[in-house]
Design a protein around this ligand. Structure first.
Ligand code: GKR
Ligand code: MG
Length: 442
C-alpha cells in the first residue's frame, strides 16, 4: 500500500484538506547587492492556501521559484484528502514521493534551492495555521508555548544602487519620505551605509545591525563595518556577511581587523572545512546559513567545529517543528541559534515570529528583509516593527489573514514581470554586462 493512502482515512471524522491554492506573487524589491549579483525589481514569493472540508483556511508563504511551485503542485495528490494533523505522515509520503534530495542541491548562491524542504515548510505552516484555528490557539502554543511576547530583529543593511525597484526600477519616487525615501538611496561606501543604518534604525528602532557584504572588495566593506562601529559603538551589536566569497587568507586578514567589533562574522568562507579552520584562528564567533544548512550536515559540522551559530530558516529547514528540533540539537552541541531571511512578506514574518517566540532563548536579534518591502498580502497591511521587535500576532493559528485583493494584485505583478526564478547574476549583467558570479572572488 502506498504511504499516502494511509493518511487518506475516509472513515475518520477529523478535518480533511479539500482545496489547495498555490499563488506565485512578485513583490517590489530595490536593487540590493550581494555576492551573487543584484536583486531584480521584483522578488518572488509563493503563497499557499489549504482549505478543509469545514471551510477552515490555512496559509503560508515561501520563496518563489517556478520549480518549487511545480513540486508543490506535484504534492497535491498527497495533500488533498489528508488530515492537517497528520504532518508526520505527510512528510513521510513527500520524502517517498520526491527523489532523495541532498544538501548539495541547495546550490552555490546564498539562498537555498532545495524543493522538498520548501514544499514541506509551506504545507506544514498552512496545516499549523488550520490546527491553530481548530484549537483556537496561536501557532506558538503548538510549538510548546510562548517564551516571550515580542521577538527582536536586526537592521539588515545592503550595499545598493539608487532605485526603488518595482515599476520604478532604478528610478525614485520623489514623494517618498522617511524610510520609504531612504531605502531608495544609493549606498556603496561607508557614508552611504552609515546613513542607511541611521535611517533604518530610526524608523524601526533596531538594536542590532547586519551588513550584507560580498559585493565590493573586502577593504571597502571592512571600512564600512569600522564606520558603523564608530557611529554606533558597542551598544549596537554588529554582524557582517560576505556570503562565503572570501578566500581563507582574506577572511583571516579582515576577520582579525574586525576582531572586537563584531557580534559574529557570518559565512566569511565557503564550506565547513574552511569555516572550521578559520574558527580556530579568530575569537569572533562564526555564524552560517551556507555551510551547515540541513540536518544531514550537522554530524560533520560537529566533527569539524565549523561554526558557533546556525542561522535557521523554517523555509529551508523543513518547517517550524523541524526548527524547534534544530534548536534542541544546537543546545546539545553547543551551537547558538538565530534566524536567516530572504525578501519576504507578512505571512513568513508571522511564522518567524511564532517560532522566535517559542525558542528557549533568542540571544541574537533575528534577520529580516521586511523593511525593504513595501507591500503585503495580509489584512490590515504590514506588521509593525516597534523598538526593533515584532509582537506575536494575536488570534488563532498564524494570527494573520490573507488579503485576497492584494494577493490578486501581486499575482498580476508576477504574471507581468516575467521572472520565474531568482537570478541575481542575470540582473547584475543589466548593469555590468561582463559580470560573472564567482563562488570565491577575493
Ligand atoms: O537577499 O541578497 C540577499 C541575501 O544575500 C540573501 O539571499 C541571503 O540568503 O540573507 C541571506 C544571507 O544571510 O545569506
Ligand atoms: Mg547569510
Amino acid at each position: 500500500m502506498h504511504n499516502h493512502l494511509l493518511i487518506k482515512d475516509k472513515k475518520r471524522s477529523g478535518p480533511i484538506i479539500k482545496e489547495m491554492h498555490i499563488t506565485p506573487i512578485a513583490i517590489t524589491d530595490p536593487p540590493l547587492l550581494n555576492a551573487a549579483g543584484i536583486h531584480a525589481p521584483y522578488a518572488l514569493r509563493t503563497v499557499l492556501e489549504l482549505v478543509t472540508d469545514d471551510g477552515i483556511s490555512g496559509i503560508s508563504e515561501i520563496p518563489g521559484n517556478s520549480d518549487i511551485d511545480q513540486a508543490l503542485e506535484y504534492s497535491r495528490s498527497l495533500v488533498i484528502g489528508s488530515d492537517p494533523y497528520h504532518l508526520n505522515q505527510l512528510n513521510h509520503s513527500l520524502e517517498a514521493h520526491f527523489s532523495q534530495e541532498t544538501a548539495s542541491e541547495r546550490g552555490d548562491a546564498p539562498w537555498d534551492q532545495r524543493k522538498l524542504v520548501h514544499v514541506f515548510s509551506a504545507l506544514e505552516v498552512a496545516c499549523l495555521d488550520i490546527i491553530g484555528k481548530l484549537q483556537n490557539r496561536p501557532i506558538v502554543d503548538l510549538l510548546g508555548g510562548k517564551m516571550r511576547d515580542t521577538v527582536p530583529f536586526a537592521a539588515y543593511l545592503f550595499f545598493k544602487y539608487e532605485g526603488a525597484g518595482g515599476v520604478l526600477e532604478k528610478g525614485k519616487d520623489p514623494q517618498a519620505t522617511g524610510w520609504a525615501a531612504a531605502r531608495q538611496e544609493e549606498a556603496i561606501d561607508p557614508n552611504g551605509i552609515v546613513a542607511q543604518a541611521r535611517a533604518m534604525c530610526h524608523a524601526f528602532g533596531f538594536k542590532s545591525i547586519k551588513l550584507k557584504g560580498g559585493a565590493f572588495e573586502p577593504r571597502l566593506e571592512t571600512d564600512c563595518m569600522l564606520a558603523l562601529y564608530e557611529e554606533f559603538g558597542e551598544a549596537v551589536p554588529l554582524r557582517f556577511d560576505p556570503n562565503a566569497i572570501w578566500k581563507p587568507e582574506t577572511a583571516l586578514k579582515y576577520g582579525l581587523e574586525m576582531e572586537g567589533i563584531l557580534e559574529y562574522l557570518e559565512d566569511p568562507v565557503r564550506g565547513q572545512e574552511n569555516m572550521a579552520q578559520l574558527k580556530k584562528k579568530l575569537k569572533t564567533p562564526l555564524a552560517t546559513n551556507m555551510c551547515t544548512t540541513s540536518f544531514e550536515e550537522i554530524p560533520r559540522s560537529i566533527q569539524l567545529g565549523s561554526e558557533d551559530i546556525i542561522l535557521s530558516d523554517h523555509h529551508f529547514w523543513g518547517g517550524l517543528r523541524a526548527s524547534m528540533e534544530l534548536s534542541r540539537m544546537c543546545r546539545t552541541f553547543g551551537r547558538g541559534l538565530s534566524m536567516h531571511s530572504n525578501s519576504h512578506l507578512g505571512i513568513s514574518l508571522a511564522a518567524m515570529v511564532h517560532l522566535g517566540a517559542a525558542l528557549p532563548e533568542v540571544p541574537y536579534a533575528l534577520d529580516t528583509h521586511y523593511p525593504w518591502q513595501s507591500e503585503d498580502v495580509i489584512i490590515g497591511g504590514r506588521l509593525p516593527i516597534v523598538d526593533g521587535s515584532v509582537a506575536v500576532p494575536e488570534g488563532p493559528g498564524l494570527g494573520v489573514e490573507l488579503d485576497r485583493s492584494s494577493l490578486q494584485t501581486l499575482h498580476e505583478n508576477y504574471l507581468a514581470c516575467g521572472i520565474k526564478k531568482r537570478d541575481d547574476e542575470a540582473e547584475m549583467r543589466k548593469y555590468h554586462p561582463e559580470w560573472v558570479f564567482q563562488k570565491v572572488r577575493w
